[in-house]
Design a protein around this ligand. Structure first.
Ligand SMILES: *Cc1c(COP(=O)(O)O)cnc(C)c1O
Length: 963
């Protein structure tokens, strides 16, 4: 009897313990934290913060939380619905061998993937060195003087090349000439981008159309090199024609081909773009991969994206930092020319490491083998009666197959092979690093008729010449810097990768309390599936019936995100938050046009908005009108109302962030939405702060019409040092028809065209967010939100006597982040927020968000994943720094020689015989007393930003600089 009523000793139900692993705060901690804040329960705290009027009435409908093992098994079953055919499709996506040493030690290594964007230069030297290697690699291979640290994909990079040219050239024409044999997805994204800007895209689909177009009026030209069908054109005369008209010439080029081809920089190209996917990043159904952009020197100040440069630190030693940051959209806001923010840093690091590992000789060998195999393939096909369309090729040949086209493609599929059908009656075959002799034999078999004698590889092998025209063969050297010629043994490579990551501070060492960026746990079980072959080795343009696993992943994740946001429809195509904003505004614009209201083009944006908001509005051709914030950091409703009335006939949209970037839940958000709707506008709610909302309130329910999410913030995709991201665009019912389509990817008939190169964007990282939702369930997700809010309020309360929180609601509470006001310290001690940020490095912490959205403040967002112990350690460091500031205030240390101004302290500086400071070495080192944590040593002293911008240098540092 007794036995029956007692609980079993072992819990038989296999309940998810993941929630408790994801959320760092335990039940016992919670009571203590609540007492510090002054609330009785977590429920009471949340109710005192979230306006009752917006609180969710229905819980999210999600499957119940699964254990790690169960979720992995379920996802594996989904993944196995993807069929792994051997792909010869090409079109910008190729098979590649990710070197194991790079796969395990970069792509699968939290020291790399959990890093943040390198705004804090001193703790980001390792990843910035890798990015400088990337930039150098791109410059060398393209023959251009300057390259940025990655773009989102080749298609958006080409669209950015168009707008970069538009603002940089003298020619005032509105026409952009695009060669018809650029990759189709590139053409599509360019057309989407050009339309709202009033740029005419002139597509030249034949040699005659191309010649004619180049004789007309245009501001820039884009050609693909080699072309999508494999041809290698000599573009020299065309470049001259463009230059004679004061127009720019942009080239989309294959980096691997450029090891063998005359690089565009040597024939006068002004801008070169492309992808680095085949440098070791799996195809992953289209992403993430790093695209690149290089340009001529005088375009560099308006080049989009991030640029890593070399400067000096406080000891005069070379040190990296982000260069020319004033070009970035954060700073330029409505004057921005691009909205790119999160890019593709982790894939860029992989590509750069691939070049470091293989070196110039290795890359050339890979390229030569591909080119030779291609020539052998062509010869064999010729023997079988199929002639390659032209005789120039690097890795791709195209065959006119006429009426046989479909039957050949079908036979290929029946043999597990995907070929590309091009323009209805051509077949293109692209080879890559993974192609084997057996593959070539298989291809011949596909094309051979019954009983036809198959060609022999061996017979062609001897004396085979690549099909690269002699006048286009590269003679110049590349990748001559020692870094590309040193680490070719696996031991050497392993140590190089380790040495770089050891310089950096990422989430694997300590919390990164970045406001607005939500640096939460990126759980290992979420990360594991992304390199499963079933997800990694899918070509984005493989037939849809082979991508059933991705289709299901897409469908389920969208359904769950609809639950989380309250919206009716979602597209996962945008590959960063900025791209989601852009897609969302395109939807609003297309909606107004569909109602005959195409003249509505005013977009109201509060002054506190993130820089991408006005930048995105600009890109869809809207006129940005900035609205004021009141003294409490809220949108000034009176000003908003006045501007709505003033622009009523022309109002297209209002973009707000909720809760605001000031870290508060504005009480009147419902009224705000209603007001905008009254004037015929639509409400865009920037979803970057969804970590304060999931399970508690849904933008689609309280009045938002469109939002983007940042899956790389709220839904656990790691930041990767500045990308990859995923920025789903979410809309209410009547905007669903205006979500982006993708003709090349088979999503046809949409009013709005493609916004990314691949139909599912950065598809390969979607399993991360899927796993997160699946392991958390509705209750776990809501609990995460509540604990994130609890932790932010705990920090705000604990620090209030040291650093007051700038904005709070009437009861003194904040949302999931708080802005610490350091502005008064300037007068009392000469200390700026930046000094505190740098001093935190000595204590082993990454600084909070610096000076956004308010200058000279720090915005702290702890997230739900940190333990109370880690929160207390951070609070302890902040208080210790405040005590140091008090010493300065009391005059014990001079304002210009104290531990804050001299931070961070390198080990070298602390050990020097000469110690010209009024505080001890031990005090300078900081954090040594806390033996529980290994001391983090900054590899460089404070980096001089001004020097770096005055002496712009963005490639590998010559070894002599270190002497
Ligand atoms: C991060 C962020 C964005 C931009 O997202 P990306 O993925 O970096 O392009 C937009 N708005 C806010 C408030 C953000 O925090």
């Amino acid at each position: 009897m007794l036995m029956q009523s007692a609980r079993p000793l072992v819990e038989l139900e296999n309940t998810s313990e993941f929630i408790a692993r994801h959320i760092g705060i335990e039940a016992a901690d919670e009571q203590h934290m609540l007492s510090v804040i002054g609330e009785a329960s977590r429920r009471a705290l949340i109710e005192s913060i979230v306006p009752r009027s917006i609180a969710r009435t229905n819980p999210m409908q999600l499957p119940p939380a699964a254990t790690e093992a169960a979720a992995l098994a379920e996802l594996k079953a989904i993944a196995s619905k993807n069929q792994l055919f051997k792909s010869f499709i090409g079109q910008g996506y190729h098979g590649t061998h990710t070197p194991g040493v790079i796969l395990r030690n970069v792509l699968e290594n939290p020291a790399w993937y959990t890093a943040y964007t390198p705004y804090q230069a001193e703790i980001s030297q390792g990843r910035m060195e890798a990015l400088v290697n990337f930039q150098t690699m791109v410059c060398d291979l393209t023959g251009m003087p300057i390259a940025n640290a990655s773009m989102l994909d080749e298609a958006t990079a080409a669209a950015e090349a168009m707008t970069l040219a538009k603002r940089s050239v003298k020619n005032k024409s509105n026409t952009f000439v695009v060669a018809g044999d650029c990759h189709p997805q590139t053409i599509e994204v360019i057309q989407t981008r050009a339309k709202p800007l009033g740029i005419d895209v002139l597509l030249a689909n034949s040699h005659d159309e191309w010649t004619k177009a180049l004789e007309g009026e245009y501001f820039a030209v884009l050609a693909q090199y080699p072309s999508t069908s494999g041809r290698i054109d000599d573009l020299r005369a065309d470049v001259e024609k463009a230059h004679a008209k004061g127009a720019a010439f942009a080239v989309a080029a294959d980096l691997l081909a450029l090891t063998l081809l005359v690089p565009p920089g040597e024939f006068g190209a002004d801008i070169v773009v492309g992808t680095t996917q085949r440098f070791g990043m799996p195809m992953g159904a289209g992403g993430p991969h790093a695209a690149y952009m290089a340009c001529r020197d005088d375009f560099k100040r308006s080049m989009p994206g991030r640029l890593v440069g070399v400067s000096v630190d406080s000891h005069g030693k070379p040190a990296y930092r982000l260069a020319l940051q004033t070009r970035e959209q954060h700073i330029r806001r409505e004057k921005a020319t691009s909205n790119i923010c999160t890019a593709q840093v982790l894939p860029a690091v992989v590509a750069s490491m691939y070049a470091v590992y293989h070196g110039p000789q290795g890359l050339k060998r890979i390229a030569q083998r591909i080119a030779s195999y291609t020539a052998i393939l062509a010869k064999g096909l010729e023997q079988l009666g199929f002639n390659a369309r032209r005789d120039s090729a690097f890795d791709t040949i195209s065959l006119k197959t006429d009426a046989q086209t479909q039957s050949i493609a079908a036979r290929a599929r029946s043999m597990g092979v995907n070929l590309r059908v091009y323009w209805g009656d051509f077949i293109c075959i692209s080879l890559d690093e993974t192609t084997t002799r057996d593959d070539i034999a298989l291809l011949w078999k596909i094309f051979a008729a019954e009983g036809q004698l198959l060609p022999s590889f061996d017979a062609f092998e001897k004396g085979i010449e690549p099909m690269i025209p002699v006048e286009l063969r590269r003679t110049s050297a590349f990748l001559t810097h020692p870094v590309f010629n040193t680490h070719h043994s696996e031991t050497g490579m392993l140590r190089y990768i380790r040495a770089l990551s050891d310089k950096d501070l990422a989430l694997d060492r300590s919390m990164i309390p970045l406001g607005s960026c939500t640096m939460k746990l990126n759980a290992t079980s979420e990360m594991i599936p992304i390199t499963w072959p079933e997800f990694a080795n899918v070509h984005p343009f493989a037939p849809r019936d082979q991508q059933q696993g991705y289709a299901q992943l897409d469908e389920q994740l969208r359904a769950w995100l609809c639950q989380a946001t309250g919206y009716a429809g979602i597209s996962l195509q945008p590959n960063a938050g900025s791209q989601g904003e852009y897609a969302g505004l395109l939807a609003i614009k297309a909606f107004h046009e569909s109602k005959g209201q195409g003249h509505r083009n005013v977009c109201l944006i509060p002054s506190s908005a993130h820089g991408t908001n006005p930048a995105s509005a600009q890109m869809v051709g809207m006129q940005v009108v900035v609205t004021a914030c009141d003294a409490n950091g809220n949108v000034d409703l009176a000003d908003l109302q006045a501007k709505c009335e003033q622009h009523s006939d022309k109002l297209a949209a209002v973009m707000i962030t909720y809760p605001s970037t000031h870290g508060v839940f504005e009480m009147q958000v419902k009224e705000l939405c209603a007001l905008v709707h009254q004037h015929g506008g639509r409400v865009y709610v920037d979803g970057a702060n969804m970590n304060a909302l999931v399970g508690i309130a849904a933008p689609g329910e309280f009045g938002g019409d469109v939002s983007h999410l940042n899956l790389h913030k709220t839904f656990c995709i790691p930041h990767g040092g500045g990308g990859p991201g995923v920025g789903p665009v979410c809309v209410v019912e009547d905007l669903v028809p205006f979500l982006p389509g993708h003709e090349a990817g088979g999503i046809t008939g949409h009013a709005v065209g493609a916004v990314s190169a691949a139909p599912l964007g950065n598809a390969a990282v979607l399993p991360i967010s899927w796993m997160y939702c699946r392991m958390m369930g509705a209750e776990g997700l809501q609990q995460a939100t509540e604990v994130a809010i609890l932790s932010a309020n705990y920090i705000s309360a604990r620090l209030k006597d040291h650093y007051p929180t700038l904005y709070a609601s009437a009861n003194g509470h904040v949302a999931h982040e708080c802005i610490l006001d350091l502005r008064a310290l300037k007068d009392t001690s000469g200390v700026m927020a930046e000094d505190v940020a740098k001093r935190l490095i000595d204590y082993g912490f990454h600084a909070p968000t610096l000076s956004f959205p308010v200058p000279n403040t720090l915005m702290v967002e702890p997230t739900e994943s940190e333990t109370l112990d880690e929160l207390d350690r951070f609070i302890g460091a902040m208080i210790a720094i405040r005590e140091e500031i008090r010493c300065i205030e009391r005059g014990e240390w001079p304002q210009d020689n104290n531990p804050l101004k001299n931070a961070p302290h390198t080990a070298g500086a602390l050990m020097k015989a000469d110690w010209p400071h009024p505080y001890s070495r031990e005090a300078g080192a900081a954090g040594l007393g806390d033996m529980r944590h290994a001391k983090y040593w900054a590899p460089v002293g404070r980096v001089d930003n001004v020097y770096g911008d005055r002496n712009l240098f963005c490639s590998c540092v010559p070894m002599s600089a270190y002497e």
